[in-house]
Structure formats: C-alpha cells, structure tokens
Design a protein around this ligand. Structure first.
Ligand code: BES
Ligand code: ZN
Length: 627
C-alpha cells in the first residue's frame, strides 16, 4: 500500500492507494501478480493431478472457489477473472454452477512477460461460479524439478519436487499467485504405485498400492506455500506431532540430526503462542534442492547438506520452523516486504537456538550473521539496502540478500534492546495473534509498531529512527553489535596462525563447532600461503570435511589461494549438491581469474542440466553463459 499526499482545498490529505481486501486491512498492490484481488479472491482450491514421469509433466485440473472483492469493483471487472500462469498448457476452462451444471468459459492468455508470465483472463457470464481449469504443465515449468534416478540418494526411482516461492506456483497451477491472497486446499495426486507423494498439507505415512494420495490443508495459505514432492519416500516419527520424511537410505541419519524438533516447536510456542498447523514434519530433499530449506507448511523441505552429523547446522531447522509463525501465519503482502518474513524468522530462529542450545550458540550465529551482512553491504547498490525493497519490474529473487534476513533480524534485536525482552516478546506474540492468517506490508507493520510498542513511551525511539531502519540504505548508527568472546578468541588465533606464531597442530580444533571453524576461516586473509593451507589441510582434513558450510568457506579460500589439492573436491561439491548459496559464492569466486573461469565453465557445461532452474538462472548470469 502506498500513501500519497493529495491537496484538497486548503489542506493536504493522505490518500491511501489500495483497497480493502481482508477485515479492515488495506490491500497492497502486488506488482508481481496479474491477479485483481479487488474483484475476486480464491478462498479454496482443489487440485487433481497425474504425475507423468515419462513426459515430465503434470496433467489434470484445478477448481477454484472464489469470493467477490469488497471495494472498487465495477460490474465490468467482476465479469472477468484474471489468474497468473507461466509456461502452462491451458486446455479448457469450465464454470460450475451451484446445482451442478457446467458451462464452457471463454478465456484468453495475455502477452508474455519475461518475469511474470502470462495473465489468464477468463470471462464469467454470471456470478457465483466455481471455476475449473483443465491444464498441463510443460517441460519449461520452473517450479518443477524432475530428477532421474541417478540424481537421488537411492539411485533407483525418479523424483519430482516443486519450489513455488516466490512467484513460481503459477508455473504448476493457474491461480492468483500473490502472497496477499490465502486459500485452503485439497488435492488428489496420482503417481506410480511404488512412489509416495507428499504436500504442504496432511500427509500419508506410507505408500499405497494404487499410487493415489489425497491431501487437505485446512488452514488458509498463500500460493507460494503450495508444495508437492514425489519419490521413494519413507517416514520416521520423532515425537507425536513431529517426524522426518526422506529416502529410505537417509532416514535414520536425518532422524538423529533432527531429534530436537519437538523441543524447538515447544520453545517457539512458549515464546510466541501455539503452533497452529497440526503436525510439523520435515522432508529431506535430494541434493539438487536449490535452497537450504523451504518452509512449506506442515512439511518443511530441507537440503541434505544440513545433515552434518553433529547437529551443528540445525539452526536451519529452527529457521524453517519459525516461519510457521513469521511468514506462514503472518505473511508479507508483497515481495517488497520480504523482510517481514525473513528478518522476523532469523530473529525467531536465534531465539529458538538460544532456548534449545544455549546463549553462546545463538550469539555466535548472530555474530556470524552480522559479519556476512557487513561484507555484503560493501558490494550491494544503495537501492538494495533498505528493508522495504523496490522490486517492481525485477525478479523477486533479486531480493535474496542478507538485507531482509540479517538487517531485518538486527532491527528486531535493536527494538529488543530499547524496550527489553519481556516487552518485545509480548509485542511479537500479539503481532502473530492479531495478524494471524493475514498478509501485511512494511507500512502496516510500522503503524502496528507505533501503536503497540511506543504509544505509551514515545520517547523511547524516534519515528525518524524507525523509518531509517525500514526505508534507508546501510545500517543505522547504534545498530546492535553482537559479541561472542569465544569468536573473538578465534579471530586472534587466526592472526597468530597467519603470522606463523602457531601451527595448525596448535589449534586444538578437534572439537570445534561449525561456528568456530567458520569464524576461524573467515578471519584468515583472503589469500593464504600454500604452506599454511597444506598445514591446515593435512592436520584437520578440511578438504574432506562432511560439513557443507565449513567446506564452502574452505573452498573459497582454496580458490583464492590457488590451492590445487582441493580442486577435485571443489568440482565434486559443485556437482553433488545444488544449493544456491554455495554454488553462487563458489562460481563468483572462480570467475575472478582467467584459469578459474575456464575451470568453472568446464564444470558447468557438465553439471548444468542437473541443476534447478533457480540455479541456472543465477549461474548463467555469473558465467555469462548462453544456453
Ligand atoms: N523461504 C526461504 C527460501 C526462499 C526464499 C526460497 C525466497 C525462494 C525465494 C527459506 O526460509 C530460507 O530462508 N532459506 C535459507 C536458509 C536460512 C537459514 C537463511 C536458505 O535456503 O539458504
Ligand atoms: Zn526463511
């Protein structure tokens, strides 16, 4: 929502550009969707799809229950329904009347936009119709990744998964693809008999002989949380309401790594109110999953790269779980407000980590988070540095920086510093309660903040300071500066190692956690003497580490230091896993030198076809690769 000043007579008034779209809240204009929520909104969706692994398409239909908009509707606009689509094959649109008749509805696909796809404009001859679209996905549908058996852990069965966030739900379901609209859903998925289908909904515990599964999501969710995975998937329980889904060979390891799931859910409930989604399960994805995790409701999707064997990377689970409050329950209204999802979630994640693993662990993660943010701020253009983004005309994936995550979390930490923990906790609990199952903009949050945290104590923080955090680039002066004595020690140790005062053997690093390693390696100069690289590697076997976060930072150092013995592992790491964060930083480092770029291109030519769309989009740009 935007506020513009309008002159009227002798005075100025604020005119709100927006429309009422849910009880009393003005609806933001989402420039990443063709949908017109002011005319119609999907309130319930039914999906009926067949998974065709041979053709690599989904075929079937979606049926939409609509409710009319509340304001600014004109009879003319009510006669059409506009849905978002991208790379879909739309076959037929049918209107269903209350007494069971069906009417063929005329439709038209509008011009193609590179980022947004195509509007599907459907004519509605009368009100009160349910709308059914018969369609198929295409091999270009970006949300879908179809994996060959070789790309799975078990190597025997194919696998399919979706990734809808931010604006890719429209590439597997024609719908209103905006976080501003929520709906409940049911689905029927038909696949091969030896595969299990799971969704962001209530899930089956085992395969059935028909390969037919039904799902229900009774809580209203935004479209970017629509999710499906199909593969050789099994389930193992952790507590009565939590568990892990994974390929059979990965299941036991995953259940051990995530054995604290129930503790995490309890910790978050104690802080911010009841978990509202019934069960909380996790699905361990194949290695090509492009993100660390995705908070699909009831069933978080997680990259296997977080299974370090020692719970050292479980903050990712805390993060995705926290989205059950920040993001899934209370949602950003547009992708410009993405920090409302991610910044809150990083703050909640660290609070969960503190409850379950102690203050020192949470503090270390905050210190590393801020370090990453400061490093990224150096290279980000000013326009990309404010919490509220301006992504109009650009892909929402351009907003995937440390700004929404770490600057967002620092803002909440800053507020905590001003009012104290008990007050901020009560404020956040109220926030999640008042806005539950709703979407809001940065401006909505700003006003909630002023009304609830500072109304009785306006001197505590100036409005200008809040606005600086939300709308200005950089980090405001007085931003929190988390400090971990242990990490400070490690930076000192790194200095002594670099200057030759101590050797790798003196580090006593046998029991170092990931956070300690990340700090130590991060404190080394960008380029190291080969002799020291050798010393580190032969003593601590970093090239062989099974911890993906440590490995990534180590490999970056190896590239910069031209440390040959690690290049084989580098190629394997670029091939065996598909996480955007790792691939992006490694390829970016490689292209900085001629030989590095040549190596990168050679590897990429072999691996590109196994990467997800979200990855090829990113890496093509880094390498200047023209497919
Ligand atoms: N929701 C995000 C992933 C995402 C964001 C996918 C935007 C597509 C578009 C998820 O919760 C997330 O933040 N994942 C992070 C991990 C997190 C611990 C920082 C990731 O995948 O790296
Ligand atoms: Zn997140």
């Amino acid at each position: 929502m935007q506020a513009i000043a309008v002159s009227w007579g002798s005075g100025w008034f604020l005119a709100l550009v927006g429309f009422v779209c849910q009880s009393g809240i003005l609806c933001a204009q989402d420039h990443h969707s063709f949908a017109r929520p002011q005319d119609h909104r999907i309130r319930h969706l039914e999906l009926d799809l067949v998974v065709d692994f041979d053709k690599k398409i989904l075929t079937g239909l979606v049926t939409l229950d609509l409710i009319g908009g509340l304001e600014t509707r004109t009879p003319l606009s009510l006669n059409t329904l506009t849905l978002d689509t991208r790379d879909l094959d739309i076959q037929k649109v049918v209107g269903l009347t209350k007494n069971g008749e069906s009417i063929i509805l005329p439709f038209e696909l509008g011009p193609k936009d590179k980022i947004l796809g195509q509007p599907l404009v459907i004519r509605l001859p009368k009100p009160g119709l349910r709308v059914r679209v018969e369609y198929a996905t295409t091999t270009r549908s970006q949300a879908l990744q179809w994996l060959k058996p070789e790309q799975t852990a078990g190597k025997k069965y194919p696998y399919l998964f979706t990734q809808s966030q931010a604006i890719d739900a429209r590439s597997w379901i024609p719908l209103q693809d905006t976080p501003n609209i929520r709906f409940t859903y049911k689905a029927r998925i038909k696949t091969r008999a030896n595969l299990l289908a799971v969704m962001s909904a209530n899930n089956p515990l085992e395969k059935n002989s028909k390969g037919e599964y039904v799902f229900e999501m009774p809580q209203p969710i935004p479209s970017y949380l629509m999710a499906l995975a199909v593969g050789d998937i099994a389930f193992q329980k952790i507590s009565s309401r939590t568990g892990v889904y994974a390929e059979p060979g990965v299941l036991a390891k995953a259940a051990l790594e995530f054995s604290d799931m129930e503790k995490m859910v309890k910790a978050c409930e104690t802080l911010y109110g009841p978990y509202q989604w019934g069960r909380y399960d996790v699905l361990i994805m194949p290695t090509s999953f492009p993100f660390g995790g995705m908070e699909n409701p009831r069933l978080t999707f997680v990259s296997p790269t977080v299974l370090a064997g020692d719970k050292s990377l479980v903050s990712l689970l805390a993060h995705e779980l926290a989205h059950s409050w920040s993001g899934n329950l209370v949602t950003n209204a547009t992708w410009d407000d993405f920090w409302l999802n991610e910044g809150f979630t990083v703050y909640l994640e660290r609070r969960i980590m503190e409850e379950v693993y102690g203050r020192e662990r949470a503090l270390m993660e905050s210190v590393l988070g801020k370090k990453g943010l400061l490093a990224e701020l150096k290279s980000l253009p000013k326009e990309a540095q404010s919490l509220q983004l301006k992504l109009k005309g650009r892909s929402p994936s351009e907003g995937l920086t440390d700004i929404p995550y770490e600057k967002g979390a620092l803002f909440l930490t800053h507020l905590e510093g001003i009012v104290g923990r008990p007050k901020l906790d009560a404020f956040l609990k109220k926030f999640f309660h008042e806005y539950e199952f709703q979407s809001l903009t940065t401006a909505d949050f700003e006003s909630f903040l002023n009304r609830n945290l500072f109304l009785s104590n306006p001197k505590a923080i100036q409005n200008a300071q809040i606005r600086e955090w939300l709308y200005d680039p950089g980090l405001p002066t007085g931003a929190p500066d988390p400090n971990s004595p242990r990490l400070t020690q490690l930076a000192a140790l790194a200095n002594r190692f670099v200057s030759g005062l101590i050797t790798a053997g003196d580090l006593k690093a046998k029991d170092w956690t990931s956070q300690e390693w990340l700090q130590f390696l991060g404190a080394l100069p960008p380029k190291m003497l080969l002799q020291r690289m050798n010393d580190l590697d032969s003593t601590w076997h970093l090239t062989q580490t099974g911890n993906s976060e440590i490995l990534c930072v180590w490999l970056l150092l190896c590239i910069r230091s031209d440390y040959g013995p690690a290049f084989g592992r580098l190629e394997a790491f670029l091939t065996d896993q598909g996480r955007r964060k790792f691939l992006k930083s490694l390829y970016e480092e490689l292209v900085k030198t001629g030989p590095g770029k040549a190596r990168a291109l050679a590897i990429y030519a072999k691996t590109r076809s196994g990467y997800h769309h979200a990855i090829t989009e990113t890496i093509d740009a880094i390498l200047g690769y023209k497919p």
